[in-house]
Design a protein around this ligand. Structure first.
Ligand code: PMP
Length: 435
């Protein structure tokens, strides 16, 4: 029996069944490579779900954390604050593209950042309503689930959820759902369900992550900005997956040139340490009363030290530019694969910077989703030593999220394994689907 198989059976006997996992038990990881407990090596195109943008165990991040651990690991910021938190807030304030003076608060997970952004928007506006979008993902807390626009696996059996949360449609040009139709959907929501003057916030991902790497069209974000301005609604950019240089800019919203009022960050912010942030306009962020925000572990010193180092690395190693180049190489390779004969199940290749995904369909005309084929590619890749993640409301999208620091040879190696995995999965596909 392999060590992995033994651990799998121990996991089954010890860990709650709802905690979904796959077969890879990690032993060690470095930059874009991961070794499992049986010594198998993997190229990592998941980066812990867009967390290790700076790679596994970046030396600068490791050094900063080790140094911090020599001083203290926890005081609780509310009890004995520390300089690293203040410095990180100063830096995030300076980089968040709101066009105004900013303030920041730190918490621990993405969902918590989302919760706090909504709390603050409610305190600022004195309103309750929040509008999120179909296909969105905002976390697994009760409010996070309420805001999430995908039932399986996130919401099923877990309600009821907090009230006053609405979903408007998100554009999907690939499936023929235009920005104009999405805007109509929002107008219908205002006409049928809720007065816009009762809405505290819009929350929107610049590129939907779990939803399938659906890029928010520029005109859509411009429209949301205009509606937000018209009714005094706070525009929250959920940059938890798209942020921190992943898309080739520090924040995904920057591609559209639209200024959000608040930004949620997590994942890539602290290079593998749990940390999230809400940064937004000072007049909004300061609306919550003293004592209303925070938490025991909020802004943990080790995570904060990691985040300050991550921001240095993004700067020093020009990771925005590198993300663009990583994405260019991935897109070029995927487009070449998709254009080959026999590759008609690849319906679309999309995404900015190093946030690229491809969508699997039964055929390019009907665009019927091919979720089983998607799962087969992920399994073929895993067997060949490549970690891939799927996503999408139709479970038929494969997203590529390598560290932005990935060595070029390792990126090429991963793409070669990906190509072989796609070929193997397609050759197994039923004849009817291969047309
Ligand atoms: N928002 C977005 C856009 C996300 O991608 C995620 C995580 N996938 C979250 C929120 C929730 O983050 P966490 O899992 O850290 O709570």
């Amino acid at each position: 029996m392999t060590v992995s198989a033994d651990l799998q059976s121990r996991q089954k006997a010890a860990v709650a069944g709802g905690v979904g996992t796959r077969g890879i038990f990690a032993h060690k990881a470095l930059n874009a490579e991961l070794w499992d407990v049986d010594g198998r090596r993997f190229v990592d195109f998941a980066a812990g779900i867009a967390v290790n943008n700076t790679g596994h165990r970046h030396p600068a991040v490791m050094r900063a954390v080790a140094e911090q651990a020599e001083h203290f690991t926890h005081t609780c910021f509310h009890v004995a604050p520390y300089e690293g938190y203040v410095r990180l807030a100063e830096r995030l304030n300076a980089m968040a593209p709101t066009g105004a003076e900013n303030r920041t608060m730190l918490v621990t997970t993405g969902a918590e950042a989302v919760e706090n952004a909504v709390k603050i928007a409610r305190a600022h506006t004195g309103r309750a309503g929040v509008i999120a979008f179909s296909g969105a993902f905002h976390g697994r807390t009760m409010l996070g689930m309420a805001l999430t626009g995908k039932v399986m696996p996130y919401k099923k059996n877990f309600g009821p959820f907090p009230a006053d949360i609405y979903h408007a449609p998100f554009p999907n040009p690939y499936l023929g759902f235009s920005t104009e139709e999405a805007i109509d959907g929002l107008e219908r929501l205002f006409a049928a369900d809720v007065d816009p003057e009762r809405i505290a916030a819009f929350i929107v991902e610049p590129v939907q992550g779990e939803g399938g790497f659906n890029v928010a069209p520029k005109e859509f974000l411009v429209h949301l900005r205009a509606v937000a301005d018209k009714y005094g609604i706070v525009l929250i950019a959920d940059e938890i997956q798209a942020g921190m240089a992943r898309t080739g800019r520090m924040f995904g919203f920057e591609h559209a040139g639209v200024k959000p009022d608040m930004i949620t960050m997590a994942k890539g912010l602290a290079g593998g340490f749990p940390l999230s942030a809400v940064t937004g306009k000072a007049e909004i962020m300061n609306a919550a009363h003293p004592g209303g925000l925070g938490g025991t572990y909020a802004g943990n010193p080790l995570s904060v030290a990691a985040a300050n180092a991550v921001l240095d690395v993004i700067d020093d190693e020009k990771l925005c530019e590198r993300a663009a180049e990583v994405g260019r190489r991935i897109t070029e390779r995927l487009s070449a694969i998709a254009s080959r004969q026999g590759m008609e199940h690849i319906g679309d290749v999309r995404g900015p910077g190093a946030m690229v995904a491809f969508e699997l369909v039964e055929d390019r005309q009907t665009k019927t989703a091919a979720p089983a084929l998607t799962a087969r590619i992920v399994a073929e890749a895993e067997a060949r030593g490549l970690i891939l993640l799927s996503c999408g409301t139709r479970f038929n999208v494969i997203r590529l999220l390598p560290p932005l620091t990935i060595e070029w040879e390792v990126l090429e190696e991963g793409l070669t394994i990906l190509e072989a995995s796609i070929e193997a999965a397609f050759s197994d596909a039923p004849a009817s689907a291969a047309a």
